[in-house]
Design a binder for this molecule. Structure first.
Ligand code: NDP
Ligand code: MG
Length: 389
């Protein structure tokens, strides 16, 4: 029987990579359900092509009359609560969480309660309430297969490495479009420049996150909760060619490296097939085509958000939730032209300093920290006018 897949955020970049894999392997998978937030055109196209049972439109502000209650055989549901309903559907084997931001938390929790395999792209969920998600997973048959490329690489490497030999894990990072820009010019970078990633084609929020290596900071915290390594055992190296995605260092001083073409179809296909293996080549990238590979230490002065992420991760409790929520607001403010690129880490710093950390027992505690951090971050830009040339 074909394996049922639910894609949360099918209209986005990871969503599109997931649909590509479903097109490549129609004998193995079928789209059972999907969500968009407000992109109704895309929703219509996907429903017509894949004819799943359910579509959820999560935004409250769309005109429901445009899609109505059915597109062909696809039932249309509305609102964020419907996200948690479609993930629990009995004919769904794998839920791919490809929505952006903290909107991924509640449906991920619902997928865990329903005992699903979760292809987790939405890193903000683990960053925001990692300890809570871990506690739910301990009591459930559900499990996570990382879709974030570095974590998927590490997941595969760690499955094949003896536990007692492990020393450290390393996440690679492209360094973003401003890797070589004089640091004094960083305050002047424009939205368009920040949205031009050198190696990956991704949604706007993660692209801005990557430009300042805040994405790597989020990924360090994500790796901590996925793999259980301490923050001292999680390193970051700049690797501008994005061929190597994850590195596992062993006690004897050796390193195992996962390399592939930089395309999200690799981690998506692996997570969908898991525990089976992907049966055919997706995009060969032999060593002879890698060219010169560089591996460099990140300059912390250039990427202050990376150090802040380590600080928040080490502080634990709600500190990563505050880091994540403040960053979400800061990126929104930057994309609206209300703050400078270099003020993104300042907004996070303000929220981390303003809000006391706690160790909540329930999801509401983490959500409360998230809400307070958003308020603190928003107050940073009040009445501020920025003119970028
Ligand atoms: P995109 O911006 O391309 O897509 C976001 C998706 O989420 C869209 O389907 C969008 O719907 C939906 N969405 C937007 N806002 C909301 C909301 N408030 N509630 C529910 N759904 C919403 O993002 P990406 O695909 O780039 O990233 C998705 C996630 O995957 C992020 O967490 C990111 O960090 C992670 N990730 C992405 C990678 C990549 O290569 N892009 C790599 C590794 C991880 P609509 O189109 O209708 O607005
Ligand atoms: Mg990544």
């Amino acid at each position: 029987m074909k394996r049922g897949v639910c894609i949360l955020g099918a209209s986005g970049s990871v969503g599109e990579s997931t649909l590509k894999i479903l097109r490549l392997f129609p004998e193995e998978f079928r789209l059972r359900s999907f969500s968009v937030h407000s992109n109704l055109e895309k929703a219509k196209e996907i429903a017509k092509e894949f004819q799943p049972a359910y579509l959820c439109v999560s935004s409250d502000s769309v005109d429901k009359a445009i899609l109505g209650n059915k597109i062909g055989a696809t039932e249309v549901l509305y609102g964020t609560e419907a996200l948690s309903e479609i993930v629990a559907d009995a004919e769904t084997e794998t839920v791919v969480t490809a929505v952006v931001g903290a909107s991924g938390i509640r449906p991920t929790v619902a997928a865990i309660h329903a005992g699903k395999k979760i292809g987790i792209a939405n890193k903000e969920t683990l960053v925001s309430c990692g300890p809570y998600i871990q506690s739910l997973l301990e009591k459930s048959n559900a499990y996570l297969v990382p879709v974030d490329s570095e974590h998927n690489a590490l997941f595969q490497l760690l499955e094949n490495t003896k536990k007692e030999s492990l020393e450290r894990i390393i996440l690679t990072a492209s360094g973003g479009p401003f890797r070589k820009l004089p640091i004094s010019d960083l305050p002047k970078v424009t939205i368009e420049q920040a949205l031009k990633h050198p190696t990956w084609n991704m949604g706007p929020k993660i692209t801005v996150d990557s430009a300042g290596m805040i994405n790597k900071g989020l990924e360090v915290i994500e790796a901590h909760f996925l793999f259980g390594f301490s923050y001292d055992q999680i390193g970051v190296v700049i690797h501008p060619q994005s061929v190597a995605h994850g590195i596992v260092e062993t006690k004897d001083g050796a390193s195992f490296v996962y390399a592939s073409y930089p395309d999200m179809i690799f981690p998506v296909a692996h997570s969908l097939y898991y525990p089976k293996i992907v049966p055919k080549s997706l995009k060969p990238h032999p060593a002879t085509s890698w060219g010169n590979l560089e591996f460099l230490e990140p300059e912390l002065e250039r990427y202050p958000g990376l150090s802040l992420a380590y600080e928040a991760g080490r502080a634990g409790g709600t500190a990563p939730s505050i880091f994540n929520a403040a960053n979400e607001i800061a990126v929104e403010l930057f994309l609206k032209g209300k703050i400078l690129f270099t003020e993104i880490p300042s907004v996070i710093r303000t929220a981390l300093d303003k809000i006391p950390y706690s160790v909540p027992k329930d999801l509401e505690g983490y959500e409360e920290a998230d809400r307070k951090a958003r308020e603190a971050a928003l107050s940073f830009s009040k009445d501020k006018v920025v003119h970028l040339c």
